[in-house]
Design a binder for this molecule. Structure first.
Ligand code: ZN
Length: 523
């Protein structure tokens, strides 16, 4: 019999440390002062030290395989996966943490140079979106890659250290360890990515051929002369806005927070508490992005955003609240460790709600756009969404293949490997004779390793949920039954069920690329 006292003792230790870490993190994001930064580092260290506790980990390993209450067993499994990556030599753990922090600092301080002036990422992206001057575009694109050369040696060293850590724990490399502690089966992941590759290859090639025709006209060159800087962002990871639908005018002067509240009211999910605790508008000294945080797994859920009256921020608000209603939906009878979610499941909920503001039904019912105006937009909205899914899926294939190769052999010719993958999956022609660590310019490779598949899985599950809600409730917008379904089948169980079985329970079928493949066919 498994004795619940061990897991309860572990929860009693981790719960206050997690709460302190969350509060400190929130404070450091809403007000970036030195004092808040110091508190954040301090609480992070205390949390990480608790996860490194060898005695506790050994005790968990010992009782984990005994039979007993399945929910106790589930908590032990989650604790095991949470603690395993921290069970390495203290000196190695310290080196990894220090090098990660140093590299992250270099990414945020580094600035590329365009026309003799230092520019930030936003300016580089603006040039790639707007400039019609190929020379300026090329300079901006090259500037976006200079950070790669500055950090590449350190990123390679991080890969070596992470591999050393993974091998000391009996895993092949860091790639394998990351998947194992995230309840992902490597062969299943590769199979799913192969299916996603086959499902998007043809539609993407067709869509990109049309894009290249437009771009070669715009830049006055032959399609064969297009290079990476002719696309609208440094990695070609987003579909270009041109040729798609500009919804921004519909949001000017509108109250986006009220529209978000109205959206969730329509499915009878209450977001008033979240909105009251949130920090929603731009201000100096505050994080420029957006996120949702479950501070205490007991109802204190908050969103940080920088809402401006445009379509992007409408989608972002719905996305973050899609995370928020998930956190509020956990069955409060569950023990603390289980009042949590796998990242794939919560990302799916966020993507499902986030996409609403780009759909006809939401524009008609919530934004109260005239029915004929909404109908006129419908085909283009669907095509824009399909293009975004296509471009994103191809980009995830590059990232996943690359990281698998990086951890398989950090000493390999990674510069060539990167461009081989970019040409194969994204159909982008590399610049002639390019020899540079362009892979290291992508910050995720350094600081959020082996994570990108989570986004794609989230998108796949969101498509499955959309289908399931359509069949069961006729859709999501203004359908309380759909809201109840999400709570009962997806949110309430928390982590009491393994994520892949939870998805199956919520959507009626195991993880399947099929609904996503149908959506991208509209491109
Ligand atoms: Zn998200």
């Amino acid at each position: 019999m498994t004795d619940p006292s061990l897991v309860e003792a572990a929860e009693a230790t981790l719960r206050p440390l997690t709460y302190a870490r969350n509060v400190a993190w929130w404070e450091s994001q809403v007000d970036a002062t030195g004092e808040n930064e110091r508190r954040r580092a301090e609480t992070e260290l205390a949390y990480s030290d608790a996860l490194a506790d060898r005695e506790l980990f050994a005790a968990i390993e010992k009782v984990r395989s005994a039979d007993g209450d399945p929910l106790v067993r589930r908590r032990l499994d989650l604790l095991h996966d949470l603690m395993l990556p921290h069970q390495i030599a203290d000196s190695l753990r310290a080196r990894i943490v220090e090098l990660e922090a140093a590299v992250e600092g270099r990414y945020s301080r580094h600035r590329g140079v365009v026309r003799g002036e230092e520019v930030d990422d936003n300016e580089i992206k603006r040039i790639l979106r707007e400039s019609d001057d190929p020379a300026e575009r090329q300079e901006a694109w090259r500037a976006s890659k200079t950070v790669g050369a500055a950090v590449a040696d350190d990123v390679r060293e991080l890969a070596r250290l992470r591999n050393e850590a993974a091998r000391s724990l009996g895993h092949r490399d860091w790639f394998a360890l990351s998947l194992a502690t995230d309840e992902l089966d490597e062969s299943k992941l590769l199979e799913t990515l192969a299916v996603a590759d086959r499902a998007t290859a043809e539609a993407f090639a067709r869509w990109k051929q049309a894009l290249d025709a437009r771009l070669s006209e715009r830049f006055g060159c032959h399609p064969g002369e297009l290079r990476p800087w002719h696309y609208a962002d440094p990695f070609f990871q987003d579909a270009p806005a041109e040729g798609s639908v500009d919804l921004d005018p519909l949001f000017q002067g509108r109250d986006l927070v009220a529209l978000a509240r109205r959206t969730f009211d329509g499915v009878e999910l209450d977001v008033d508490g979240i909105l009251a605790r949130s920090d929603l508008f731009p201000r100096a000294g505050k994080c420029q992005h957006a996120f949702c945080m479950d501070v205490d797994r007991d109802g204190d859920v908050r969103v940080l955003a920088n809402v401006t009256d445009n379509h992007d921020w409408m989608g972002t608000m719905l996305h973050e609240l899609g995370h928020g209603v998930y956190d509020l939906g956990f069955d409060l009878e569950l023990p603390w460790l289980l009042r949590d979610t796998h990242l794939v499941a919560t990302e799916a909920s966020a993507l499902l709600f986030g996409a609403l503001a780009g759909g006809r039904e939401w524009l008609e019912r919530v934004l109260e756009l005239g029915a004929s105006d909404a109908a006129a937009l419908e085909d283009r909205l669907q095509a824009a969404r399909a293009a975004q899914l296509l471009v994103f899926t191809r980009w995830v294939l590059v990232m996943n293949d690359f990281e698998r190769q990086l951890y398989a052999d950090p000493e390999a010719d990674l510069d060539s490997a990167w461009w081989e993958l970019v040409s194969r999956h994204q159909l982008v022609t590399p610049p002639e004779g390019r020899r540079a660590p362009d892979w290291a310019a992508k910050i995720h490779v350094a600081v959020a390793p082996v994570y990108y598949h989570t986004y794609l899985y989230g998108a796949i599950v969101a498509s499955q949920l959309r289908d399931a809600l359509r069949d069961a409730a006729g859709g999501l917008v203004d359908r309380p039954e759909a809201g109840r379904l999400l709570v009962d089948r997806l949110f309430a169980p928390g982590q009491s069920i393994r994520w892949d079985r939870l998805i199956e329970q919520a959507t009626g079928s195991p993880l399947s690329v099929e609904p996503l493949a149908r959506e991208v066919a509209a491109a």
